[in-house]
Design a protein around this ligand. Structure first.
Ligand SMILES: Nc1nc2c(ncn2[C@@H]2O[C@H](COP(=O)(O)OP(=O)(O)OP(=O)(O)O)[C@@H](O)[C@H]2O)c(=O)[nH]1
Ligand SMILES: [Mg+2]
Ligand SMILES: [Zn+2]
Length: 312
């Protein structure tokens, strides 16, 4: 056998991956690793086989680098569909304790349908979700209350922030402490600015949104786990228009809306789709105002989308 027999195998977590090199946290130090080619077989491409948050088994080499031998099974994974709706999927991160869905109230204007999708993805991936509404300095308290209401009614924690005026930052830091989280949301909503507030010294790059389109400029380009001095890890990610609603069956969709889930047993039909069936407790709650219309609209939109996909 070769001298490699004496090399040590250790376990670690991926905190950054870039052009074939992976930074693995082993104990308290970072080891630069390459991955074995055989990890990249079949559907597992460079963007899905080894991602931030992955627990990996590493063979340490004498020169201080390492070789990833194995990616341990994932507790969950956050996936996005590629632009254009192709079949190719990108895994953004794995083994998350919390997904932070960020949107700004203004600049860019809040889009509840889009925010809903991020929360839905968290439910589908079985990752607890937290909603952050940023740029309160540009909006009224009433606008923030209206935007937060559907999520509070559904049982999510909502934190209203102003990253530039350092409002809500302590609350956000407390929510992240001790967890492995990922921050997702459209470009320009202030994800990197918020993280710079939560963890001073990070110096993440941020940029003004475009004056002509009112959209972000896709300033952050790689997803990376950042250490919180209060404990835990937080990943900043590049702005996403939306994440793929993957592997959700039509009949399971209602279960991904916590406030629907609670009422479904009261529907007349046990397989109620909450669309046109008589005796639907979910639609009754929408009419009574206890379920937010925006949440129900988002449900019907995604429902139709999945039905179309199933048809073709
Ligand atoms: N008025 C105001 N501006 C903010 C706030 N938070 C961030 N911004 C500004 O919004 C712009 C975009 O912020 P970024 O932190 O780069 O946004 P991002 O979400 O990281 O964007 P991507 O990296 O492109 O996904 C910057 O000019 C920030 O200064 C806020 O609370 N209020
Ligand atoms: Mg950013
Ligand atoms: Zn129903």
């Amino acid at each position: 056998m070769s001298s490699q027999q004496n090399d040590t195998l250790v376990d670690g977590m991926i905190i950054r991956t870039e052009s074939g090199f992976h930074q693995v946290l082993v104990g308290d130090r970072v080891v630069i690793c390459r991955a074995l080619k055989r990890l990249l077989r079949g559907e597992r491409t460079a963007t899905t086989a080894v991602v931030i948050g992955d627990h990996v088994r590493v063979q340490l080499r004498a020169d201080g680098t390492g070789v990833i031998q194995e990616v341990l099974p994932r507790a969950n994974e956050l996936v996005r569909g590629m632009a254009g709706g192709g079949r190719f999927l990108d895994v953004i991160a794995a083994n998350l304790d919390l997904l932070v869905a960020v949107h700004s109230l203004k600049e860019p204007e809040i889009n509840l349908g889009r925010l809903d999708r991020f929360v839905l993805i968290a439910e589908a991936a079985e990752i607890p979700a937290l909603v952050v509404l940023n740029k309160i300095d540009l909006a009224t308290d009433d606008e923030a209350t209206d935007a937060a209401a559907p999520y509070l009614a559904a049982g999510y924690q909502v934190i209203v922030t102003s990253a530039t005026q350092r409002q809500g930052v302590d609350e956000l830091r407390a929510a992240l402490t001790g967890k492995i989280s990922v921050m997702v949301g459209p470009s320009g909503v202030g994800k990197s600015t918020l993280l710079n507030d939560v963890q001073p010294g990070l110096a993440l790059r941020t940029a003004e949104i475009s004056a002509s389109t009112g959209k972000g400029r896709h300033t952050t380009t790689t997803a990376e786990m950042l250490r919180l001095s209060t404990g835990g890890w937080m990943a900043d990610t590049p702005g996403l228009r939306e994440l793929a609603i993957r592997e959700v069956e039509l009949e399971d969709l209602g279960w991904l809306y916590p406030e629907f889930r609670a009422l479904a047993p009261l529907c007349r039909f046990s397989d109620c789709s909450h669309r046109d069936e008589a005796g639907c407790a979910v639609r009754a709650a929408v009419e009574a105002g206890t379920i937010a219309p925006s949440r129900y609209r988002s449900y019907t939109r995604v429902y139709d989308e999945i039905r179309e996909r199933v048809r073709y």
